[in-house]
Design a protein around this ligand. Structure first.
Ligand code: SF4
Length: 345
């Protein structure tokens, strides 16, 4: 279903400017934005996929990944197709890049997925014992109208809202969602603007600004970096990122360094998987730079799946994949009593 976009401005000659993400597309009549799911019709901007989901599941919150926000809880997760980035390494490309990959027409895009009403999402989340709703799988910014309406209702019904995002939303979108957003996991893909442009068709600065802005607004922030061999697996880049996180976001920000898998990527199938040793070595580098909670993603059985007390190094939360064993005492280290950075309610 089409819905009038919440964030756009009218320009001369029936043009519009979308204010939803930091691409700020200027669109002629009948032109669609870079995400392909917003279109200018007679000088008004419309989102094409309101209440049309392409995926909906009940997932462990650890899958997002969130390791410090409502651990061991379940999250009702959904998305529409489309994305404002075009990451060559994307692992959800079949849905995120569907409109671009097949160069679909407006009407074809509107038919992708299944009807899923705002009320139904909140109802299903509650019926299934979920503590939160996750806006994930593709970039939630591009389905802002759908997401925001669910977020408002979810809040009223006592559920938390969590986004998994590339962080490229506009400052206007940050203003709109912040009052209803409890946690966000932002991809910090590279620490290099050229790589952002070349690999993702994005830019670094808006992402850094979003990370700082959410933190300032007291939204719980976790960060994820997919380590791709030969692209961002140098210690120097990890050190630069760690420096930014420690000094401008906070050393208590959980940081997930995940292993890349070429076979499931969009356009990097010939790149080898990230060796286990590389991810674990980079985790150590990040720790040495002063980040308290560094995690290895897609690395089953690694000691870097666990949470340790930043003060005495005691094991506090043990993880193996989505198996989670909490040893904390209401968020405190069982050995030294240090209060860990955990959001438990
Ligand atoms: S959401 Fe971003 S990519 Fe899509 S139309 Fe708006 S500014 Fe362009």
């Amino acid at each position: 279903m089409r819905k009038l976009s919440y964030l756009f401005r009218k320009l001369k000659g029936n043009k519009v400017q979308c204010l939803t993400c930091s691409h700020f597309c200027v669109l002629e009549e009948n032109q669609r934005g870079r995400c392909r799911v917003r279109v200018n019709k007679k000088g008004e901007l419309y989102f094409l996929l309101y209440e049309k989901a392409c995926s909906a599941n009940i997932d462990p919150i650890e899958k997002k990944p969130f390791y410090h926000f409502l651990p061991q809880s379940f999250s009702f997760s959904f998305a529409t197709v489309g994305c404002n980035f075009a990451c060559l390494n994307c692992q959800n490309w079949e849905i995120s890049q569907a409109p671009k990959e097949k160069d679909l027409k407006e009407e074809e895009i509107e038919r992708i997925g299944f009807d899923l009403k705002v009320e139904e999402i909140v109802k299903k989340a509650k019926e299934n014992g979920c503590q939160s709703i996750s806006y994930t799988y593709t970039e939630p910014t591009i389905f802002l109208e759908y997401a925001l309406d669910v977020m408002k209702l979810a809040k009223k019904e006592g559920l938390k809202n969590v986004w998994v995002s590339n962080g490229f939303m506009s400052p206007q979108t940050i203003d709109l969602i912040s009052p209803y957003l409890d946690a966000i996991n932002i991809d910090l893909k590279f620490f290099d603007d050229e790589l952002y442009q070349k690999m993702a068709q994005g830019r670094l600065l808006p992402v850094l600004n979003s990370i700082k802005e959410f933190k300032k607004r007291k939204v719980w922030v976790e960060l994820t970096t997919l380590i791709i061999p030969g692209i961002n697996d140098q210690e120097e880049m990890i050190k630069k990122m760690a420096h930014f996180i420690k000094n401008e976001v906070g050393p208590e920000t959980p940081w997930h360094l995940s292993a890349f898998c070429g076979a499931i990527s969009w356009k990097m199938k010939d790149i080898p998987d990230t060796p286990r040793e590389t991810v674990e070595r980079l985790c150590q580098v990040a720790q040495k730079e002063g980040i308290f909670y560094v995690y290895a993603g897609n690395l089953f059985g690694s000691p870097f799946e666990n949470t340790y007390c930043p003060r005495c190094k005691e094991l506090v939360i043990k993880r193996e994949g989505y198996f989670v064993e909490r040893k904390d005492k209401e968020g405190r280290c069982p050995k030294c009593g240090f209060k860990l950075d955990l959001i438990l309610s």
